[in-house]
Design a protein around this ligand. Sequence first.
Ligand code: PLP
Length: 419
Amino acid sequence: MTEIFDRNLDDEVFDAIDAEVLRQQESTELIASENFVSLAVLKAQGSVMTNKYAEGYPGKRYYGGCVNVDRVEELARERLKALFHVRFVNVQPYSGSAANMAAIRSLLSPGDRIMGMSVNGGGHLTHGYSLSFSGKDYESLSYDVDRETYRLDYDAILRQAQQFKPKLIICGASAYSREIDFKKFKEIADSVGAYLMADIAHIAGLVATGYHNSPIDVCDVVTSTTHKTLRGPRGGIIMTNDEELSKKIDKNVFPGIQGGPLEHVIAAKAVAFKEDLTPEYKDYIGQVVKNAKRMSEEFSAMGYDVITGGTDNHLFMLDVLKSKNITGMKAQKVLEAVNITANRNSIPFDTQKPYITSGIRIGTPAMTTRGFQEKEFVQIAHYIDEAIRNQDDARALDAIREKVVSLNRAFPLPYRKVG
Ligand SMILES: *Cc1c(COP(=O)(O)O)cnc(C)c1O
């Protein structure tokens, strides 16, 4: 497994990389925002494209020698347009957060009003959180989920928008397990004269394959990461059908907030988008969704409080404090002890501090890439429950870890030796 990474190159760094390969191989990865890229994506990102400066855009660069990076960036753009059926794209954002910053700056001036989902409710920091640029540079008000159902309450959001009169509404989330109705958001935005931005960082793969409704023809601008369900390298993208807006976006990415684009990452994005256009990828996303549904049902059957009662997408959240009297912090530690990686997560109206939390967020994209189906996810749900019930018994945890490791070994990472 580890032979594709050569320790002799730099023994200190490659020792850590080697150990990371082993950790990934022997752990069950349930962090909803992670995935395992293909060997082709890994090789493109690790290529000589990293050596090239290419400020500007294909055909309009500020440096010589851009013929090959131009080809790669054009491929990334054309494939991305085909994937989401969209007219204008920017593939240069270094991350999802940078994509959001550039997109927001294309629509607003400092001090303008912005409305996004609260972080506790499942929104992202870049949607107006007080410590983020989005809450510092703009006047921000967050909307929340409903207190009873923990689902988006579009009537309540409309009333808030009518009072606050934001210039931009952001929809999209990092920890929300239900389908988002972009058309309802559009009605709300239109009724108060606001722009509408969708951040599909998590659900992009579902949108691209038809497992979630698409915001492309609905919202003014759509942003995403490329490393979550899209299964590409770490990075961001911005999409729109509005030509005037697309020009502003390009200027706000470069020179607005970024310098030279990461052409090696853009090469890897192009490779990932090609993979995302295949029927196999669509089947993969279908399995991701089935696995999440099945696993969440198993948790319900074992007496866990699944937030909103289930899931429509690739993730769900458990209120472990309410159901099993363990904090998110402790549950995360216990799971790590048995080689199951998940993250603690605030649940709506959480009574615990953000560093502690009452919840655990679980996602199926990564292990579905490894080949897990419903059967394996059900098995892991039982290991999680066993670990929580035996949280203070080191020997019991050791025994569970052995079982988790042997299951993971049967589903190897998608890498082979590089020639
Ligand atoms: C992950 C995520 C981002 C940020 O992506 P980074 O690449 O970590 O900056 C933005 N928005 C949402 C909704 C996300 O889930």
